[in-house]
Design a protein around this ligand. Sequence first.
Ligand code: ARG
Length: 461
Amino acid sequence: MAKKNPSWGGRFTKKPSLAAQKFSSSVETDKVLYAQDIAGSIAYAEALTNAKVLSKNEFKKIKSGLNKIKKKIDSGKFKWSSELEDVHMNIESALEKEIGVTAKKLHTGRSRNDQVVTDFKLFLLFQNEEIEKLLKKLMLSLVKKAEEELHTLMPGFTHLQNAQPVSLAHYLMSWHEMIKRDLLRLENGKEQLKISPLGSGALSGNRFNIDRNKLAKKLGFTSVTKNSIDAVSDRDFALEQVFNLSILSIHFSRICEELIIWSSSQFNYVQLPEELCTGSSIMPQKKNPDMAELVRGGSAKTLGNLMTLLSLMKNQPLAYNRDNQEDKKPVFDTVEFSIEALTIMNEMIDGVSFNRDQMLADVYDDFLTATDLAEYLVIKGVPFREAHEITGQAVKYAEDKDILLFEMSLKEFKKISSKISSDVFDYIDPIDSVQSKTSIGGTALKQIKKEISQAKNFLKK
Ligand code: ARG
C-alpha cells in the first residue's frame, strides 16, 4: 500500500498523486508562519493541559520539543518537506520525531482551519509593528525637512500647472498627512487582528473545555471570535491589511511620481540621493531615479494583490475551503513590498535636497498671485466674479507687455480698475500671498508651525 498522509490518511488507500502534492503544497509560502505556529501550539497545549486533556508532563514534553524545533528553524537547519503540505504539518511531524507519540495528542480539538487563521493574524500583528515603526520614522523625517524648508517658497500646482505659491514645508507636511492616515488605518486594523479564532475547531467549536479567553490572552489577543463558522472562514482582516497597504503604496507612488518629475532637468527642484539613483550604460551623463520608479512601479502589484484576495473570497460558501490557502501569497507579497518601499522612502526623504533658488525663481516667474489680486479687489468692495474678470484683464495686459503682475506700475493698475491703490503691492508679492493663508491647514508660516508642532506631539506618543 502506498504511504498515506499521517495527518488525514486514515480512510485513504492511496496517497495524493505527485501532481496533486505539488499543486497543493503551500509550505514554501507559509513556512514564514513557523514562529507564530509554534507559539500557538504551545499555548494550545497549555489550554489542553488546564482542561486535563494533557498531563503536565505531556505538556512539558510538547513545549520543549516545539522549542527545539523552533531553534532548528531559526538556525536554518530544519528540513521542510513539501510532501507534508504546509507549515503546520511539517512542524507536527517534526514534533513526533522529537518526542514520540505524545505529539499526536497536540491536535486534539484543534483543526488546521482555526490554527491557520490564528497564525495569520499573529503574523500580521507582528509585521505591522515593523511597518508602523518605519512609518513613524518617515513621518518624523518629513517633519524635520519641513522645519528646514519653512521659508522656501515654491509654486503649488493644480493640473500640474502653476497655481498659487506655497511654502515647501506645507508641501512636505501634505505628504506627512497622507502617511499619517496610513498609520492610523493600520492601527485601526489591529482591532480585528486582535480577535482570536483559536478554539473554533474545524468549524463547529471545541468540546474539550478549553478556556478560549485565557488562551487568547496568552497569545496577545484581546478577545475571541463569537462564531466558529465565521471564525475559520473570515478573511476580512487580511483584506483590510492589503487594502490599507494598497493605499499606503499608492501614496508612495504619488510622492515618487512627484520626485521623479521634480528631479528632471526641466523642473530641477530636487537632487535625489545618489545612493538611490543609477546611471545609464550608454549615456554617461545620466542620473536616473530608479528607486523612485521601482516604488511607483512596484505599487501596482499591491493593487493586483487586493483584487486577487477580493476575488478569492467572493464566491466561497461557509465555512473553510481550501481556496483559502491562496490567501497568504498576495498578503505576504504586499507586506514585503510595503516594508521594502518604506525603507527606500525613508532613505529618499532623508537624503533628498531641494533646489530652493529654482523653486523661488519659478514662483516669481508666473502669475501665481493672480488670485491674490482678485481677492484684493474683493477686500476693496468688488464682488468676486467681477474681481476675477478684472484680474483676468490685468493678466492679459501684463502678458501682452511681457511683464509680470508685480512689475506693473500703479498707473497701469489704475487704468484697469480705479479701486486699486498702492497697497496692492502688499498683496501680489508671493511671500505676502503665502502669509495671508491663515486658515487652519493653510500655508501661512504661522499655521505650518502649528501643524509641525502638533505632528511632533503626535509622534512623541
Ligand atoms: N494550508 C492550509 C491553509 O493555508 C491549512 C488549512 C488546511 N485545512 C484543510 N481543511 N485542508 O489554508
